[in-house]
Design a protein around this ligand. Sequence first.
Ligand SMILES: NC(=O)c1ccc[n+]([C@@H]2O[C@H](COP(=O)([O-])OP(=O)(O)OC[C@H]3O[C@@H](n4cnc5c(N)ncnc54)[C@H](O)[C@@H]3O)[C@@H](O)[C@H]2O)c1
Length: 357
Amino acid sequence: MPARRTRRVPRHVLVIGGAGFIGSNVADAFRREGAAVTVFDNFSRPGAAANSRWLKTRHRRGLRVLHGDILTAGRRLRRLVDDADFVIHNAGQVAVTTSVADPRTDFQINAAGTLEVLEAVRHSRRRPPLVFSSTNKVYGGLDGVPVTRRGMRYAFVSSPRGVGEDAPLDFHSPYGCSKGAADQYVRDYARIYDLPTVVFRKSCIYGPRQFGVEDQGWVAWFTIAAVRGLPLTIYGDGKQVRDVLYIDDLVRAYLAAFRRIDAVAGEIFNIGGGPANTLSLLELLAMLRELTGRPVRAHHEGWRPGDQVIYVSDVRKAARRLGWAPSVSPAEGVRRLHAWVAEHPELFDRPRAKKRR
Ligand SMILES: NC(=O)c1ccc[n+]([C@@H]2O[C@H](COP(=O)([O-])OP(=O)(O)OC[C@H]3O[C@@H](n4cnc5c(N)ncnc54)[C@H](O)[C@@H]3O)[C@@H](O)[C@H]2O)c1
């Protein structure tokens, strides 16, 4: 692949799905770094309008927010890609439960939609670097990996470093399948068409601007429910463990991918909190009890099919190749998320738009 660029910050970033939780934070951060930013979003996610207003208030210049759908944008999307020197693809159907209820729509948005984005990049003049948002769900349930219970959490018996990118792919759920298919397409477009693409297989990302619901975005959902005194359901014993990554750390990973694109084009990275930044549901409830000063209203129900008791990413490849590592601890990140929710009751006052099923 020929050397492409040496800029530290892109001139113009296209953030697809840029009114979502991750997209709006990324758009804000790149704009603050000096890049011009175009947000492209169909506003299907509750909270997207609020995120868009927030972005426009913060950036009166150098930012535009466009309404559109990756499935139907066609040439318009290609023109937008042509104008960008970095594309971050974050648009997606994001909930496993929704994918089970409506696998066709899930496939359309996540798999076919990503193919549309890839084709737009392939047919563009500039062929800018593209980073795709995949998920740790491509590794499936990790059945057969021995786990044990310690206090308020599960732990791997061995695998202290977590799950690496070389773990076998085992797509679980329609969401896992649609994301996994897109993940492989994005990688293959680097091989077959020589496009500078990168895949980020993310674990739980959390932080301000995340309008979490029971089905997706559990750290934010627990925080919103705790602040607002809403009842929570814990499926299973609550000792389930995930590695969690604060949004600002993810933003740094995007910047690192842009800066090192010549070295990392075609690569896949696990991007998560890693073994140093894990949280169980019960541990999060305890943190929220401290922060709110009152117990959280939670009741238990049985395990949901396919729930993993533990997932932790091995993020050493990202450390080696991107020079990146998480820096915000769960205690600090949850404190910041809690502050955002508590300081913005207006964002959560109205009954939330219908649940994403
Ligand atoms: N948040 C996480 O913990 C996490 C973990 C793993 C992977 N991911 C992936 O990262 C991406 C962003 O996640 P998020 O948490 O910011 O979700 P989000 O729902 O807040 O953002 C997704 C955005 O995409 C938009 N969108 C959906 N379909 C679209 C379409 N057809 N055309 C244009 N825009 C569309 C939505 O309106 C929304 O603003 C998703 O692809 C998700 O699957 C997120």
